[in-house]
Design a protein around this ligand. Sequence first.
Ligand SMILES: [Mg+2]
Length: 224
Amino acid sequence: MNAAVPRQRVLIVDDEPANVHSLAEALGACYDLRFATDGTRALELAGSIAFDLILLDVVMPGMDGFAVLRALKAESATAPVPVIFVTSMGEVADEEQGFDAGAVDYITKPVSAPLVRARVRTHIELKRQRDQLERRALIDELTGIANRRHFDEALDRRWNHALRAQLPLLLVLVDVDHFKQFNDHYGHGAGDDCLKRIAGVLDREFCYCREAWRRTNCHACCMR
Ligand SMILES: [Mg+2]
């Protein structure tokens, strides 16, 4: 595997260290693995690291797998992460309950390493394709910056955050003067190039501003 390509992150959650070990042996060569042996720790990790997939035991002391899955689905940041239940509960009704709870797949113990690898690979690829489609739906095709839909969603989110936190909201409106004359004179191809360059300059400048805002802990609005 190319060392420059970051490996996908997989979280393994199981209260039995031996089960964690066997899943790690099956997947360690292909993925960046993290581990948790209880539901609380699993939620802490999932809240702070962007995982591509979670392998989740069902029967655990304290918070069981269904409760962990409900908590993951309740948070917008963790809701899209595919979860595969890995459990010894092999009845059809158990599997049905797992799918109803929002799991994408269900693997019964004892696990087969090739089967786990195949299912993990499939669901990570499906997530990658879904993420790509979602990104495309939010990006303007010509300029490559956020489109109107992304703008509306981000503004709504930031507006509500500013109201709740009683913080000011900054919105910059940029108009390109005399653009019709530019198109008429240089042609629409040159007009498109012009828009791309303007969008690129604004994107670069706002990237710099976003970093400055982060450094000063300012919660001003940014579009990404
Ligand atoms: Mg268990």
